[in-house]
Every structure is written in C-alpha cells, then in structure tokens.
Design a binder for this molecule. Structure first.
Ligand SMILES: CC(C)(COP(=O)(O)OP(=O)(O)OC[C@H]1O[C@@H](n2cnc3c(N)ncnc32)[C@H](O)[C@@H]1OP(=O)(O)O)[C@@H](O)C(=O)NCCC(=O)NCCS
Length: 183
C-alpha cells in the first residue's frame, strides 16, 4: 500500500521525496516550474504563462480537493528542489468514479526514472485514496509525445480512444490519445 511522504532512489543515485502538495510548498516555485514548461513548449495542455495570483488559487484549490478526497497533487523534490508533479482528479457527478492522472517533470530531472517513480506512486495511491474503488483510471497524451506514451504503456496503461485533431499545439492540431489502466 502506498504511503506518503515517500523516498525513491533515482538512476543517478539522488533521492526524490514524494509528498502531497501542502501549505509549505512555495507558490513562486510552483509558478516557475509550470512557466518553464510553457517556455520550453512542452507537450502539455498549458500554453501560456500562469500568473502568481492564479498559481496561488490553483495551489489552494488542490489542497481543498485533497481535503475533500476529490483528488491530490503529488510533488517530487530532489535535493529540496521541485522536480516534478503528478496529479489525480476525480471527475464530477455521474463521472465521479473516473480518475484522471497527469504528470510533468522539470527538464533537468528527466531520464533518471523520476517520471516512472512518480506515476507508479500516483497509480498505487488511487486505490487507497478514492472511495469507492475507481472505475477508470486514465490519462491522455499528445500524439507526438513518445517519452510519455512509452512510459504510460510501460506502466500498463492501454490505449482506449483517440480524439482526432483535439489539441492545438504550436499552431497544429494534434490527436489526443487516451489510455487507461486495466483493473
Ligand atoms: C514524460 C516524462 C514525464 C517522462 O518522465 P522521465 O522521468 O523522463 O521518464 P523515466 O526516466 O522515468 O523513464 C521511464 C520510461 O519512460 C519512457 N521514456 C522516458 N524518456 C523517454 C525518451 N526520451 N524516449 C522514449 N521513451 C522514453 C521509457 O519507456 C522509460 O522506460 P525505460 O527507462 O525502461 O526505457 C517527462 O519526459 C516529462 O515530464 N516531459 C515533459 C512534460 C510531459 O510531456 N508530460 C506528460 C504529458 S502527457
């Protein structure tokens, strides 16, 4: 059973500490993290800078979701620095037993096993956090995002839908590929 906070050894020998987002996580650091992904043109859905005000509201919203058991946001720190986040959120109303996951790492922390460790932790937690047991645990990825697609397949997610031309990335419509865990 997944328990947090948790420490994981990465391929480069460093230790990542994974925990739920909390009051002590700096809004400024979270803000720099997402805005760096935007600047990089990462294959995520956010495509414009987030203001500090919106970031503060976003953090508050995640803490509130955690308290209401509607979702959580995991933060991974390496040597104290924010290296990655991975979230799980419950859909609303009649879709409440569908859980959507997401994952992103700062560029400097990729390729050393952190994405895998964070997503494994996230997927394991869904089983103990959400009651009743979720029906579908799923995520989506843009068609050209091979690192993410490969990671999701490696962890046992199976493709179940393609939304054609769904997401506008750098002026081009891309397919959104949806994958879910076999349970
Ligand atoms: C996608 C992402 C989370 C992968 O995390 P990561 O820590 O770099 O990946 P890991 O080192 O844990 O690698 C785990 C598996 O992912 C796949 N993978 C990772 N990097 C890859 C690459 N450059 N090319 C192909 N597959 C790759 C492999 O299957 C790998 O398993 P292996 O080591 O046995 O080959 C990370 O690249 C990232 O945050 N990218 C930017 C944001 C993003 O795209 N988020 C996902 C949105 S859907």
């Amino acid at each position: 059973m997944e328990k947090l906070p948790k420490r994981v050894k990465l391929k480069d020998g460093r230790i990542a500490a994974i925990s739920f987002i909390g009051k002590d996580d700096s809004v400024r650091e979270l803000n720099s993290f997402i805005n760096a992904l935007v600047d990089e043109g990462a294959l995520i859905l956010v495509d414009s800078h987030v203001s500090l005000k919106d970031e503060a509201a976003w953090k508050k919203d995640w803490i509130s979701k955690q308290e209401r058991k509607n979702g959580y946001l995991l933060v991974a720190r390496v040597e104290g620095k924010l290296a990655g986040t991975s979230e799980a959120s419950r859909e609303r109303w009649k879709g409440r037993n569908n859980i959507n996951l997401g994952l992103a790492l700062a560029k400097a922390y990729r390729g050393i096993g952190l994405g895998e460790a964070l997503l494994r932790t996230n997927a394991g937690l869904t089983e103990v956090f959400f009651k009743p047991k979720p029906k579908n645990i799923y995520l989506s990825v843009l068609e050209t995002n091979k690192p993410a697609y490969n990671l999701y397949r490696k962890l046992g997610f199976k493709e179940f839908a393609v939304f054609p031309g769904w997401v506008l990335h750098k002026g081009k419509y891309m397919d959104g590929i949806f994958l879910k865990l076999d349970q």
